[in-house]
Design a protein around this ligand. Structure first.
Ligand code: CTP
Length: 407
């Protein structure tokens, strides 16, 4: 999955021959799963039609502050467009547009949007080779880089003038690859390795029967998805579930029993930065597993159970620098019990589910949790979808590393 999936992109097109390539660019963005709004300068319409771009972007194209032909026309809100975008790309960025951007010369909708945008701005210059090297153009590049804008350098090759050299707008495929690489490198959990447990465990009784529970694994899979979307390398150790991950950076290790989950967790734990134990691990397992199917003979049948290993507690014991998160499912004295678990299992954070809360628990699409941290700050959250709770958990991890780097 591309890191551009779900991203909101404002594409600003200025008037150079390379504008014809923006049709391919929009197509590639849409294919990557991004949402695109196009702003054109008046001059760019000579090179590519708004109809082409609105069809490809599936959105109306903006180019003036209001439509003069429509007496009911509304003001085109450039501030809103700038706030909507995750990032803005000016491509092609002509010498004229670059100079206006550098000097705040706001005479069209594109520049007005650029000046009011709070998001990251990329620009892909396109012009003839001598223009590209002119001191005034170089001054624009310097100024824009100083503003924090990111330049996607022009490429070498044949130019519209018939000359050959540096100045061609980067090819659409190369622009997309540049953006993907740059965005990926800035993801907050880039370089972090996260271990997540999910789902139930099945504890065998005989070759055909087991003791299990109703956990679907959704919470753990959503946490894995959110961690991977934020740049983490994810190892997801899952008990039996039907779920899979869309994100190729999630490595799924499928296990069945609590002992297998314990072993899998321990084989990765030393190398990870964070571990989140969201699995509903069985607390007890049959003491003996029958080698053959147990026949019904007696009127009553007793199974002797023994405790499983507490995976989370064992990770807490081995903890070095890992940020360790556990879950607690409680029905009474929730806060006291959860705090006791933080201390007993040596956790950094516990995610408390109270079964007294409507909408929380197994098989539900929603969850209502309270975060309790090691320093005993208690943060009750409203009822949210499991995806949103997963995002909240990942944001806690991101905040932990942000605070750690500031120290
Ligand atoms: N957990 C685990 N291994 C176990 C049991 C639980 O890793 N054998 C983890 C769960 O993934 C969860 C946390 O421990 O993150 C809390 O599980 P919970 O069942 O709420 O608490 P327990 O510690 O098992 O205690 P109790 O059942 O007595 O409340």
């Amino acid at each position: 999955m591309s890191v551009l999936s779900g991203k909101k992109i404002v594409l600003g097109i200025s008037g150079g021959i390379a504008a014809y390539k923006t049709a391919t660019l929009v197509r590639l963005f849409i294919k990557a799963g991004a949402h695109v709004q196009v702003i054109m300068t008046p001059a760019s319409k000579d090179f590519v039609t708004p109809l082409t771009l609105s069809t490809l972007s599936k959105n109306p194209v903006h180019s003036t502050f209001y439509n003069e032909d429509d007496e009911n026309a509304q003001w085109n809100n450039h501030v809103e467009l700038g706030l909507w975008a995750d990032f803005m790309l000016i491509a092609p960025a002509t010498a004229n547009t670059l100079s206006k951007m550098a000097n705040g010369n706001c005479d069209n909708l594109l520049i007005a949007t650029y000046l009011s945008a709070k998001c990251l701005v990329y620009f892909a210059p396109a012009m003839d080779l001598d223009m590209y090297k002119h001191p005034s153009t170089l001054a624009s590049f310097r100024a824009l880089k100083q503003f924090g804008n990111i330049m996607i350098p022009a490429e070498n090759g044949e130019l519209a003038s018939g000359l050959s050299g540096e100045g061609r707008m980067a090819e659409p495929e190369n622009i997309v690859a540049f953006l993907e690489k740059d965005i990926e490198s800035k993801l907050p959990l880039k370089g972090k390795k996260i271990l997540i447990t999910a789902g139930p465990t099945y504890e065998a009784l005989d070759p055909v029967r087991y003791i299990g529970n109703h956990s679907t694994g959704k919470m753990g899979f959503d946490i894995a998805e959110s961690a991977a979307n934020n740049g983490a390398e994810v190892i997801l150790i899952s008990g039996p579930t039907h779920l899979s991950s869309k994100n190729s950076s999630v490595k799924i290790v499928r296990v069945t029993s609590s002992q297998e989950m314990y072993e899998a967790c321990h084989s990765y734990y030393e190398s990870v930065d964070v571990a989140v134990c969201a699995a509903a691990v069985a607390d007890y397992k049959p003491k003996n597993i029958a080698t053959q199917k147990i026949k019904k003979s007696e009127a009553a049948f007793t199974i002797e159970l023994e405790k499983t290993k507490d995976i989370l507690a064992s990770l807490g014991q081995l903890k070095k620098n890992q940020y360790l998160i556990g879950f607690a499912l409680e029905t009474e004295n929730e806060i006291e019990n959860a705090i006791a678990k933080i201390q007993k299992k040596n956790l950094n954070l516990i995610v408390l589910n109270s079964l007294q809360d409507e909408g929380a628990g197994f098989g539900k699409e929603t969850n209502k949790v309270t975060f309790i941290s090691k320093d005993l700050s208690i943060e009750p959250m409203p009822l949210k979808s499991k995806e949103e709770v997963a995002t909240d958990i990942i944001n806690k991890i991101i905040a932990h590393y942000e605070i750690a780097t500031k120290k």
